[in-house]
Design a binder for this molecule. Sequence first.
Ligand SMILES: [Zn+2]
Length: 313
Amino acid sequence: MRITLLLGLLTISLMSTAQSIQPSPSELTKHITYLASDAMKGRGTGSKQNDQAAKYVAKQFKKYGLKPMGTKVYEQEFIAKVKRVVVKDSIRQAKNIIGFLDNGAEYTIIVGAHFDHLGEGRQGGSKAEKPEGKIHNGADDNASGVAGMLEIARYFSGNKVREAYNFLFIGFGAEELGLLGSKHFVNNPTIPLATVNFMTNMDMIGRYNPDRGVGIGGYGTSSQWPQVFDGIKGTVRFFTDKAGSGGSDHGSFYAKSIPVLFFHTGGHDDYHQPTDDIEKVDVVSEAEILKIHLQLIEKAMSFPKLDFSEVAS
Ligand SMILES: [Zn+2]
C-alpha cells in the first residue's frame, strides 16, 4: 500500500517534471512581454535598454545553470559600426550573450536568436514613414525568437539527460545592423568552430499562419537533413527551404561551412514597424513550433556530426 502510494507519487512527480520542461505559452509570454514592452524602447543597439535585454538573457542562462561562455562572463562585447548613419553616433557598444550546456561531448549544437531590434527608429531599417521617436517593440522580431531560444535552453538544461552533444546558446546583438553579432562570433568564436555540429536560428517565430506553415530553412546545408526530418510531425504545419543564408544570423555560420536550420513564420504588415506588438504574437502556436524544433534537435543527435553541403544558389 505504502509502496504503491510512493510509486504513484514518484510517477506523478516525474510526469510533472517532464511536462513542465516542455515549451510553454506562459513562459514565452513572460519573456516576450519583458523584451517587447514599451519600457524596453525597441532594444536598439547601443541603448541602455539593449543592455537590459542582454542582461535579461544572461539572467535566464544563469537560472538554467548554463556555463558562461562569453569573454566577460556571459557577455562577448564588440563594436557595432553603423554604416547607414541616421544619428551622429556611428560606433556603438554591442554584445552577444553566450551560455554553454556542457555534456562532456566532442561536438556542440549552437542554438541562437538575436535580441536587438530597431530601437526608436533612429538606427535605420524601419519601414515606418516617420520612424524617429517611435518605439519599435519587435515582439515578433525578435523577442519571439529569444523566448524560443530560452525555452530550448530550459528544456535541455532541465531534462536530466546527458545528451550526445553539448549546447551553446547565443543571444546575438546588432543583427538588425547587418548580422554584426553573429559575424563577430564566427570570427571570434568562444569554442572552436570545428567542434560545431550545426547551428539553428530562430528569427520571427511568433506569427504562425496555418495557411503558410512555419518555414524551416537550411534544409540543403547537410546531405543528412532529409533523414533527420523524416517522420517529424507536429500539431502545426511546416515546410522546408534549402537556403543556408539569407536574412538572419544563421547565414554567418553557413558562410563558415556549418550546417544550419532557420525557423521563421513569415513576413507581415507589422514587420519593422512600430506595430510589431505582443498582442499579435501567437504563443500557443509558437510552443508547438518549438516542440517540432526539439524533435529535430533530438533526432539530429542520434546521428554522428552532420556533413556540410553548399546550396546551389
Ligand atoms: Zn530579426
